[in-house]
Ligand binder design. Structure first.
Ligand code: SP5
Ligand code: ZN
Length: 335
């Protein structure tokens, strides 16, 4: 399987995140990518290549150009080691955004997702990798894996959050949607709010997400099962919120989500893949064993669709690579 790397990922290495008013160690660290790459390198069948660069215009098809310019300019204005966080968020019936700290809160929905000097370069490199994977799938590859960070599935049209800045999986799906219907299956333990938001009114891209119940897990404000789309997109978004489960209770939900994808008859599949539903993940709270990620890969393989797998979360460096390898090896297996 071809693995498309984000050559600029390490430029984004936030010094910390803010949780409940406290500086905590960052979850999304460069070592995540290194751990996955090492695990795949120990197995046969994976080849690695850097994504060729893309122009900003490739992401402003989906993201707000003013938001993308904000990310670029905010990154450019920082020295190495500096990090910018929102302190104030939009409020009231007609919030006005004229600069300064209003911009930070207008373009970001949490305090986990700082902008640093290298953030824009890293985010654009990840988008480039996703675009490259989409083009390879369109050209006939059966399965391609995007090995990138920072993640993307929490990024909305004009807002970063959840360690995500540009929505890599959504960019791949949008690109493929010019050629046929696309399904996005989100297996990260957190709701893919950004992807849902970007395609909420569209019938040509089905979005389905299995995740921890937002009543108790990030991103808290979305991911409930009555969010099903709007306008022409009504019925083309589906959420499968779960309590913290083991593989036994996850499995029938995975089967239902995969069946939903199959019934949609997409030409292409994009999997937003997270390993943060693993039992040992520090923030997910779920209880899946490493081997179960192989079952997930097998379920996706049985759909028989050209598939781009995009890396999202997964924060235990000791188990992350094994989960990814198990998923991809099952996805690529014959039969
Ligand atoms: C892509 C993805 O999985 N994003 C998840 C974002 C969840 N952020 C909430 C984390 C709050 C926990 N803070 C503890 C910091 C330890 N690194
Ligand atoms: Zn996650």
């Amino acid at each position: 399987m071809r693995v498309i790397l984000n050559p600029r990922h390490a430029a984004h290495s936030p010094p910390h995140e803010v949780d409940n008013g406290t500086l905590t160690p960052p979850c999304d660290v460069p070592g995540r990518l290194a751990a996955i790459r090492a695990a795949l390198g120990r197995r046969s069948g994976f080849t690695f290549e850097d994504a060729p660069p893309i122009a900003e215009g490739a992401v402003t098809a989906l993201h707000d150009p003013a938001y993308v310019a904000y990310l670029r300019e905010a990154s450019a204005g920082l020295r190495p080691g500096q990090a910018v966080y929102p302190s104030v968020f939009p409020y009231g019936p007609a919030p006005r955004v004229r600069g300064g700290k209003a911009l930070r809160g207008a373009y970001c929905f949490d305090t986990f997702t700082p902008i640093t000097a290298g953030t824009f370069a890293a985010a654009l490199g990840g988008a480039a990798a996703a675009v490259r994977a989409a083009d390879l799938i369109a050209a006939g590859e059966r399965a391609v894996y995007v090995l990138t960070r920072p993640p993307g599935h929490h990024a909305e049209r004009d807002r970063c959050g959840g360690y995500s800045y540009l929505n890599n999986a959504a960019l791949a799906a949008d690109r493929l949607s010019r050629l046929g219907k696309v399904a996005v299956l989100d297996l990260d333990v957190h709701h893919g709010n950004g992807t849902q938001h970007l395609f909420y009114d569209r019938a040509d891209v089905l979005t389905a997400s299995i995740h921890g119940d937002p009543a108790r897990l990030f991103p808290y404000f979305s991911g409930f099962d009555d969010e099903t789309g709007t306008g022409p997109g009504l019925g083309f978004n589906r959420n499968f919120p779960l309590p913290p489960v083991t593989d036994r209770d996850y499995d029938p939900v995975l089967a239902a989500a995969v069946e939903l994808v199959g019934r949609f008859r997409p030409a292409f599949l994009v999997v937003a893949f997270g390993a943060d539903a693993h039992a040992d993940d520090p923030i997910g709270g779920f209880a899946l064993p490493t081997e179960y990620f192989g079952e997930m890969g097998a379920a996706v393989r049985r759909l028989g669709l050209p598939t781009a797998v995009v890396q999202e979360g997964g924060y235990n460096l000791d188990v992350l690579g094994g989960c990814v390898a198990a998923f991809l090896e099952s996805l690529a297996a014959d039969g």
